[in-house]
Design a protein around this ligand. Structure first.
Ligand code: NAD
Ligand code: DAU
Length: 350
């Protein structure tokens, strides 16, 4: 059967890299990108594939169950890779309900649409749910997140993602839907919306604006280049075992303050500034409420069972990322105009 894959959230940061990888690598598949184009979705992220014969776009909100049914039937969707979500922890703290609506109800709508469309042949189709390592909570005493680590979400965002993961497993158990889930660590790279730490700092360093570091900057994240996550999603989609979970990460832990200092150093060099210029912009600000101390993924399972591993060293990835932002001023201007200004003022300046 020819694959007609519905990728949700394909206009966002990670989704756009997944769409591009699938459209370019698999001309024999049809790829339908479904996205509501919220503040985080941007069709400029997809200009490389816009006219490709195996690519189509549907502007649909996953909260709209009827519209989802129509997309399944119009495109005779065979498989789903689900990335659409509200993804920013800080926004989940100020508006948790938006996260319930998209991440929980939207995911259940999508599961229902797939179940309805695939009817008696649920076992011939795959529902792949893309999730986060934040569902495992915060590591305080060393160790790593394994696929078997109990869920312990701490923010409204991670609670909503945990709930969506549980619904996917419940549909596998109850209705025998063929599902797979992956939980990934922090991504970085081109097209990252500048509300997240790395692109926010790149943009602010460029414009000589303060670099807001929450608390003491001691929190630790495990960073993975976005194209390596997209490669992992390709691997799990094609080789993952139904019913399984795969943790994806870079074995690459950094304290926030060290990342910010690295960005300052590299950007001083690239912009021809005196060494130490950008570091003066570092400003320690009020901590994020309930801020998880450390995330760290043990990605041994996907490495051993599916032969995936990151392709880039962190510093190479950071160089590529900074260069992309310096070369794509139009993209930055577009996404930082309008509502971004309001968000920034409200979150950082009030
Ligand atoms: P993003 O915020 O950049 O993009 C989300 C996309 O989903 C946007 O294009 C947006 O328009 C779309 N969307 C939002 N609400 C929608 C709705 N109701 N209906 C249809 N589309 C909607 O997010 P991202 O960082 O690319 O994350 C993608 C997925 O990967 C999410 O499920 C996230 O939880 C997960 N994830 C992200 C990271 C990370 O570091 N960014 C790490 C692990 C997992
Ligand atoms: O771990 C995977 C998760 O990574 C994904 O599921 C989320 O969708 C994604 O947004 C990301 O969540 P984080 O909260 O870790 O990412 P963020 O870039 O918002 O923050 C990274 C760290 O930097 C975190 O410890 C908070 C801190 N931070 C963030 C911002 C925006 C600051 O110190 N200052 C800031 O202004």
């Amino acid at each position: 059967m020819k694959k007609r894959i519905l990728i949700t959230g394909g206009a966002g940061f990670i989704g756009s890299h997944v769409v591009k990888l699938f459209v370019e690598k698999y001309p024999e598949y049809s790829i339908v990108n479904l996205d509501a184009l919220t503040y985080a979705g941007n069709l400029e992220n997809l200009k490389e594939v816009e006219g490709a014969p195996n690519y189509q776009f549907e502007k649909v909100d996953i909260q709209d169950a009827e519209a989802l049914d129509a997309v399944f039937s119009k495109h005779k969707i065979t498989d789903v890779i689900h990335l659409a979500a509200e993804s920013h922890v800080d926004r989940s703290i100020s508006d948790p309900l938006a996260f319930v609506k998209t991440n929980v109800i939207g995911t259940v709508n999508l599961l229902n649409a797939a179940k309805k469309a695939w009817g008696e042949e649920l076992d011939q189709h795959l529902f792949y749910h893309v999730s986060t390592d934040e569902v495992y909570g915060s590591l305080h005493d060393g160790g790593f997140f394994l696929e078997t680590t109990p869920y312990d979400p701490q923010s409204p965002y991670s609670a909503s993602k945990a709930a969506s993961d549980h619904f996917v497993r419940a549909y596998a158990n109850t209705y025998k839907m063929k599902t797979v889930i992956s939980n990934c660590s922090n991504n970085y790279g081109p097209n990252h919306f500048p509300e997240k730490l790395i692109p926010l700092c790149i943009n602010n360093i460029k414009n000589m604006r303060p670099l807001p570091v929450y608390g003491k900057g001691e929190n630790v994240r495990d960073w993975l280049f976005v194209k390596d996550h997209a490669r992992a999603i390709d691997t799990v989609f094609h080789k993952g075992k139904p019913g399984e979970t795969y943790n994806i990460g870079g074995f690459n832990e950094w304290k926030n303050i060290d990342i910010v200092r690295l960005l300052c150093k590299k950007m001083d060099e690239k912009l021809g500034r005196e060494p130490g210029t950008s570091e003066q912009l570092i400003t320690f600000v009020k901590d994020r409420a309930g801020h998880d101390l450390r995330y760290a993924i043990d990605a041994t399972k996907i490495q051993k069972e599916l032969s995936w591993e990151p392709s880039l060293q962190f510093e190479e990835g950071i160089d590529l990322t900074i260069d992309w932002y310096l070369q794509n001023q139009d993209w930055l201007d577009h996404v930082t105009s309008g509502s971004y200004q309001d968000y920034y003022r409200e979150h950082y300046e009030s």
